[in-house]
Design a binder for this molecule. Structure first.
Ligand code: APR
Ligand code: PHB
Length: 395
């Protein structure tokens, strides 16, 4: 099998890359370890920045997102017995977020690719990216019981945090930056209308809770739990009691409960691999970096990486010009680190840390107060949350 770009992983990064490349007349083959049904139903984050919405719309895959996605012009921070709205329309006029599940983006991208006659091989195993130090990289893998090889000009490692691509880069080439948090998130999808029109990020002495949503009839919640917490300790009644204890902290507001459709626990960590490339292998999305979900940045970073990679590959195919490819990692990492900082900062602002002493808790309270009362501080939160554009270079 021969193609121009071999793409490993059919998450948002790999699928969007394949689509953007096709629009530039560049062929690719996508290979994915899981089944189509699995990737289409894996519940992940659901907040799209304005830039991600624009990218999907401009690429012709935004039709259902524009119809079904929920456009939000603010979020609520809730602590100290009060709610504080971060009003995007006032602080960052003209910019908003769209609440639309990641698996819906994945479904739309798979449908677009198959409709255009593009290839995705699902349920591949033993994937090995090879020879990417030279001009003729290839990927070997097992599919339908047979060993196969794709020869390509380039390999895109879009295989997520637990993928194989990053680990096949020779030792010593990459530097890793890593931080683990002393908690995880228990995520819940519930068949009940949201109790709020906007997302609520709430924190009290029991810990952090987030009220999000997927549609006018589906709610999504998260609870801060111990990092090694066992989901078996969380029967539905306990989840609803804890959500109420952490969210019903302002007078007159109550949480509507309903049937739990899905629940699971994820650890929280921050991670960056630098550079995001080696030879003809380019890492994009979670394969290169992950953030704790508090800032809702993971999917948006993945979308940004692949727009940069598309421009670079298009320039190379148009004229043999390789400078954009050489600068791929650098072009991505500035935004990656801004999102790293913002995600770490939101996480620190909103969670309870067992290690905090009385002094640390006072600092956290002071910062919460500042974010809610200073336009400068809340604008900083708002502009990072909706997503910085191609922000100014330092003079
Ligand atoms: N071979 C082929 N596919 C693989 C392999 C492999 N060896 N290892 C992993 N994969 C697949 C996974 O099954 C998954 O479908 O690669 C895909 C990676 O997708 P994601 O993990 O979704 O990562 P990415 O596309 O970078 O999306 C960015 O945004 O909301 C965040 O973290 C969240 O997944 C999200 C991310
Ligand atoms: C979600 O709806 O899944 C979601 C929303 C906001 C976050 C994280 C996850 O910060």
């Amino acid at each position: 099998m021969r193609t121009q770009v071999a793409i490993i992983g059919a998450g948002p990064a790999g699928l969007l890359l394949a689509h953007l490349l096709r629009l530039r007349g560049i062929e690719s083959v996508v290979i994915e370890a899981r089944s189509r049904d699995y990737v289409e139903h894996r519940v992940r984050a659901g907040v799209l920045e304005q830039g991600t919405v624009d990218t999907l719309t401009d690429a012709g895959v935004g039709e259902r997102m524009l119809r079904e996605g929920l456009v939000h012009h603010g979020i609520e921070l809730r602590f100290g017995g009060q709610g504080h709205r971060i009003a995007f329309e006032k602080l960052v006029p003209g910019r908003a977020i769209t609440v639309y599940g990641q698996q819906e983006v994945v479904k739309d991208l798979i449908a677009a690719r198959l409709e255009a006659g593009g290839e995705i091989l699902f349920e591949v195993a033993d994937v090995v990216p090879e020879e990417f130090g030279g001009p003729s990289p290839q990927v070997s893998f097992t599919h339908e019981g047979e060993r196969k090889v794709i020869q390509a000009d380039f390999i895109a490692g879009c295989d997520g945090f637990h993928g194989v691509c990053r680990d096949t880069i020779p030792a010593g080439v990459l530097t890793f930056f890593d931080k683990e948090y002393p908690f995880g998130w228990l995520g819940v999808l519930a068949d009940v209308a949201p109790s709020s029109e906007e997302l609520i990020y709430s924190s009290n002495a029991r810990g952090f809770a987030l009220h999000s949503m997927r549609s006018p009839t589906l709610s999504r919640f998260y609870l801060q739990v111990a990092p090694d917490e066992d989901i078996a300790n969380w029967p539905d009644d306990r989840i609803w009691d804890e959500l109420a204890a952490r969210l019903e902290t302002v007078p007159g507001w109550s949480l509507a409960a309903g049937p739990v459709l899905e629940k699971g626990i994820t650890a929280m960590r921050s991670f960056v691999a630098e550079p995001m490339q080696h030879g003809r292998l380019y890492l994009a999305g979670d394969a290169a970096h992950i953030v704790p979900p508090t800032g809702a940045k993971g999917l948006n970073l993945a979308a940004f990486d692949v727009t940069v990679l598309t421009e670079a590959l298009a320039a190379w195919y148009a004229s043999g010009e390789g400078s954009l490819l050489d600068g791929y990692s650098q072009a991505c990492l500035r935004r990656v680190w801004r999102a790293q900082h913002f995600s770490w900062w939101m996480t620190t602002l909103l969670h309870s840390f067992g290690s905090y002493d009385a002094y640390d808790r006072r600092l956290q309270e002071s910062y919460r107060d500042y974010v809610c009362t200073s336009d400068a501080a809340s604008t900083s939160l708002a502009e990072n949350y909706v997503g910085l554009g191609r922000y100014r270079s330092p003079a």
